[in-house]
Write a protein that binds this ligand. Structure first.
Ligand SMILES: Nc1ccn([C@@H]2O[C@H](COP(=O)(O)OP(=O)(O)OP(=O)(O)O)[C@@H](O)[C@H]2O)c(=O)n1
Ligand SMILES: C[C@](O)(CO)[C@H](O)COP(=O)(O)O
Length: 390
């Protein structure tokens, strides 16, 4: 997972839309245009910062619709400038996470696909600058006096947004353009002026920019038939529960961490009660049964197996189906050993196993007030809930 910041531009006037108001507020079926666009980023687990650039006169209206759609606390609002480029500059000033890729995106492009956002994040991380673009499909001609001269279509691409950059690079590009009073029609062109390569990620023709009334008709039809971002998100939830008894001469491994204790957990594998529970919750979420079905305790291959490796295999089933982690919440139930000193290390270890980050994983521990088998220190139990999304 690569975290990125999204600057979403909504401070224009939408004059070419001829709607008598900023096109960002126009309804595409049941949602305003800008809510469609923001939802893509709000729902992308890779996006951990959103800066929304608004028109000063429209602050109250924008705040109202953000509030209506429970998005107010997910983003920083900043006022834009006279031209798109001025608005981007204001957005850049408001970015807090300057050590991760920053994407600049038109609020008027509501249908960008998550897979392309992730490809862009990878390209920017490796090569500092990138943009989404598509090969042109019309024959493009250049007007020279009264004639149209045909250009070679094979080398022509239509630039889209987002365009993504290392923060210091795009800031420098904008500062240079500002000091020279140079205006370009996109951000990549400002970076090109510095002599830096901007790498292409082939996007989708669905990532249209709503500019004219005809575009609005197309967007409504697209949203109605297949592109409606809110309803297309698949969410799956799974829960797990597991118990292992204590035994002499065994290691006490919980969440992949060996915990000092006079007894360990008994099982066919390393008996990591917490990782088994999480694996079960993941399998439950994708409707794939439980770990007993995939790694039977009658199979010698799994004798003393490292449960971290089993969880990684389970996680591959999950990611092969296109899901990503929303979050995991789990509870270790044990009278002893004391778990609190190990909780953070366990969270980090689970995050590493799932190629995720520790903020998405919450591990709690409880005793059972000396009641039951855990209270009598005969064993340990664990529960987990996992949320997956794609
Ligand atoms: N001063 C400006 C101008 C444009 N934008 C934003 O940049 C995006 C792309 O610009 P465009 O499609 O040209 O939008 P408008 O400027 O609103 O449209 P028009 O040129 O027709 O007035 C839009 O999301 C728009 O809100 C902006 O934030 N600040
Ligand atoms: C940035 C852009 O969307 C890339 O295609 C485009 O250049 C914006 O142009 P606009 O005239 O400001 O809409």
């Amino acid at each position: 997972m690569i975290n990125y910041t999204a600057i979403v531009l909504a401070a224009g006037q939408g004059k070419r839309m001829h709607a008598g108001q900023n096109k960002q507020f126009l309804m595409i079926n049941d949602l305003p245009l800008i809510i469609h666009t923001l939802t893509v980023f709000v729902q992308d687990p890779w996006c951990n910062e959103i800066v929304l650039v608004t028109n000063k006169q429209e602050n109250a209206q924008m705040e109202e619709i953000l509030h209506q759609h429970q998005l107010s606390d997910r983003m920083t609002l900043v006022n834009g400038g006279a031209e798109r480029q001025d608005s981007v500059y204001e957005g850049l000033q408001a970015v807090k996470r300057t050590n991760q890729p920053v994407f600049i995106h038109d609020g008027a492009r509501p249908f960008v696909k998550r897979e392309h956002l992730h490809q862009l994040a990878e390209v920017v991380t490796e090569r500092r600058a990138g943009l989404l673009a598509v090969p042109v499909t019309d024959t493009i001609k250049q007007k020279q006096k009264e004639q149209l001269i045909t250009l070679d279509r094979h080398s022509l691409w239509a630039a889209q947004t987002p365009q993504g950059f290392h923060y210091p690079l795009i800031l420098k590009a904008h500062e240079e353009a500002k000091s020279q009073n140079y205006y370009g029609t996109d951000d990549a062109s400002l970076v090109e002026r510095l002599g830096e390569a901007v790498n292409v990620v082939e996007g989708s023709y669905d990532n249209m920019k709503l500019t004219t009334p005809e575009d609005l008709v197309k967007a409504k039809s697209y949203a109605a038939h297949k592109g409606k971002v809110v309803k297309d998100t698949m969410i799956r939830i799974g829960q797990g529960f597991d118990v292992h008894q204590f035994a002499e001469g065994r290691k006490c491994i919980v969440g992949g961490i060996e915990i000092p204790h006079d007894k360990g957990l008994l099982g066919h594998s390393d008996a990591d009660v917490l990782l088994h529970t999480i694996a079960d919750a993941c399998l439950g979420a994708i409707g794939e049964g439980d770990i007993g079905r995939h790694f039977p305790d009658t199979d010698d291959a799994f004798k003393d197996a490292d449960s971290g490796k089993l969880l990684q295999q389970v996680w591959k089933f999950v990611t092969d189906q296109g899901y990503e982690l929303g979050n995991i919440d789990c509870t270790v139930i044990a009278q002893a050993p004391k778990m609190a000193p190990y909780v953070e290390e366990i969270q980090r270890n689970i995050a590493a196993l799932l190629n995720s980050d520790a903020e998405r994983i919450n591990v709690k521990a409880t005793t059972t007030e000396k009641l039951g088998f855990t209270g009598r220190k005969e064993g340990m139990a664990a529960q987990a809930v996992v949320l997956l999304q794609k």
